[in-house]
Every structure is written in structure tokens, then in C-alpha cells.
Design a protein around this ligand. Structure first.
Ligand SMILES: Cc1cc2nc3c(=O)[nH]c(=O)nc-3n(C[C@H](O)[C@H](O)[C@H](O)COP(=O)(O)O)c2cc1C
Length: 287
């Protein structure tokens, strides 16, 4: 199916894009207006975009229903500061409650049962229950249109970060597996990050991986190895040579590729290469 944006309604566009561009991190944004009234709302159109200066952006969209602007945006126009909290599983339902369209002036800290904590550098209060928070100065608001559904980019510079000490190791590194992020997907779907569903992908190092085009043809055209497997083989810096000490007894090519596949999945790329190189050794009997 191909969907042309020009033929979709605003609601349909939102539906498809939100299901496809997922998972998205969730910013729980605390703001104040000129009178000091506090607002707290979640936004998943959110990410980091720069390191120097440290910039995050989120987007309170003009309401599709009636083309009005969100209270968060109105507050930021008055007081260009925001405390952004990283939403984790232990606060996800309170966060969802804070997203109710309460009348302007309602303090969602109270509605959602969060505790206020004084920020260090800005006026909006912090959510004491949040594991991590960013105190930000808003440097620009960029409207992307005037219709209902139009994003309003809030471009914010991070002035300081709060990270719960329990998430840090002695050398101040973040325990990624303990943070417990949640992310928004399409509709009512959320994803929960936990130690059991995290995995790591080794970064290609500064030397270049040999690439798919340098893989021997019998490996590249394997009926067993997928693109993910081949990419890990192609991430080596030089085409490996056969290791004389390596001695695997494998009777046919299908088994050989299957064996290499299981080695790749265990992270043993060197041995996987040696197994695959057996298949070009004429002394091996391959089917
Ligand atoms: C997890 C989650 C993510 C959301 N993300 C966005 C978003 O990125 N942009 C947006 O305009 N509304 C988003 N919403 C809806 C707003 O939170 C909702 O409209 C809220 O009432 C706005 O509050 P305000 O008018 O007090 O600023 C999201 C809601 C939830 C529960």
C-alpha cells in the first residue's frame, strides 16, 4: 500500500505516522505562566538534536479538534523555561493522567499526584518522582503551520540534568538497563525497556567495515544468513584469512551456514568467519 499525504485526512496522517515513527521517548514537561500557575503535560514528539549547544525539541501540536494551542505552549510564550522529565515505567500511568485536557490553570501535579521539587535554575518545578530531569531555557518556538495538527516546535537548551543517584555507577556512568524507560507507539501502545529486552550492537569502529560487497559470493548469497548476520560479518576491518589451527568437521554447506549463524548470534564473529571459510576449502566435502 502507498499512502499519499495529499489524499489523507489530518487524523489519518497522525494515525499512520504515529504507528510507524515509534517508539518515541516521552517528555513530561513542567511549565509556568507569568502568574506562576504550573502546568504538567507529556509529549512524545520529543528528542535531542544537538550536543553543543545541548538542544532538545518537543512539539505541542495545535489541537486537531478545534485548532487551539496547548497550555504548555502558551505558558512557554509567557515564561520561556521548561523542566523536561524522562518518563519511566513507574510514572507512566500518572503521566497519562497528566495528559487529560484539564481546563487552563489546572495544576496537573495535583491532578496526577506528583510532588513538586524546586528546580536549580528555572521557575517551573521538577517532578520529584522522576528518575531524570532536564532544566531547559527555551531559545525558539517554531510554528510549523496554522491548522489543527500543526506542530509547534519548542527548541530548548538544556541548562542542567538531574539523574537519580541510584541509576549511576561509581564512575558516574548511567545504568541503562535500570532506567526503565517507556516509549509511546501508535494508538494506546507503549513499550517498556527493561534489562531483558535490551541488546547492544557493536559500533563499527574507526576503521571501516569491509561491507557486503566484499563478502565472498557464497556467503553473500547464503540462503541461511539474513541481512543482520551478513552485516556483522561485513563489519570486520579486513577479510579474514583461514586460521590453520581451526578444524571444524561439517558435512554440508547448509549445516555450515547454520552453524555460522548460531555463532554470529552468540557474538562469536571470528569463529563464524572460520566456519564459513571452510566452505571454500576444497579438502572439505560440501554438498
Ligand atoms: C504519552 C503521551 C504523549 C503525548 N505526546 C504529545 C505530543 O507529542 N504532542 C501533543 O501535542 N500532544 C501530546 N500528547 C497529548 C497532550 O499531553 C495533551 O494534549 C495535554 O492535555 C496537553 O496539555 P496542555 O494543554 O496542558 O499543555 C501526548 C499524550 C500522552 C499521554
Amino acid at each position: 500500500m502507498i499512502l499519499y499525504s495529499s489524499e489523507l485526512t489530518t487524523v489519518e496522517t497522525q494515525y499512520y505516522l504515529q504507528h510507524l515513527i515509534a517508539p518515541r521517548p516521552i517528555a513530561l514537561a513542567s511549565t509556568t505562566n507569568a502568574q506562576g500557575n504550573v502546568n504538567l503535560s507529556p509529549f512524545s514528539f520529543f528528542n535531542m538534536f544537538s550536543n553543543r549547544p545541548p538542544i532538545v525539541i518537543f512539539s505541542p501540536v495545535r489541537r486537531i479538534r478545534n485548532n487551539t494551542t496547548k497550555h504548555t505552549l502558551e505558558n512557554i510564550v509567557e515564561v520561556p523555561e521548561v523542566a523536561i522529565h524522562i518518563v519511566t515505567y513507574d510514572i507512566v500511568h500518572q503521566t497519562s493522567l497528566a495528559s487529560c485536557e484539564y481546563p487552563k490553570g489546572t495544576d496537573e501535579f495535583i491532578k496526577a499526584g506528583f510532588t513538586k521539587k524546586q528546580a536549580s535554575l528555572i521557575k517551573p518545578p521538577l517532578v520529584a518522582e522522576a528518575a531524570a530531569a532536564l532544566e531547559c531555557k527555551v531559545t525558539e518556538i517554531k510554528p510549523l503551520g496554522n491548522e489543527g495538527g500543526a506542530g509547534q516546535l519548542v527548541i530548548a537548551e538544556v541548562l542542567c540534568m538531574h539523574i537519580n543517584d541510584s541509576l549511576l555507577s561509581a564512575d558516574k556512568k548511567v545504568h541503562q538497563q535500570n532506567l526503565g524507560h517507556v516509549a509511546r507507539l501508535g494508538g494506546n501502545w507503549y513499550a517498556k525497556i527493561s534489562a531483558s529486552n535490551l541488546f547492544s550492537v557493536e559500533k563499527p569502529n574507526t576503521q571501516l567495515g569491509i561491507g557486503f560487497d566484499a563478502l565472498p559470493e557464497h556467503i553473500r548469497n547464503s540462503e541461511v544468513l539474513t541481512g543482520n548476520h551478513l552485516a556483522q560479518l561485513a563489519n570486520v576491518n579486513v577479510l579474514p584469512e583461514k586460521d590453520g589451527s581451526f578444524n571444524e568437521q561439517i558435512e554440508n554447506k547448509y549445516n555450515l551456514h547454520s552453524f555460522a549463524k548460531s555463532l554470529i548470534e552468540e557474538g562469536n564473529i571470528h569463529r563464524a568467519w572460520q566456519v564459513l571459510l571452510c566452505s571454500v576449502d576444497p579438502s572439505r566435502s560440501l554438498s
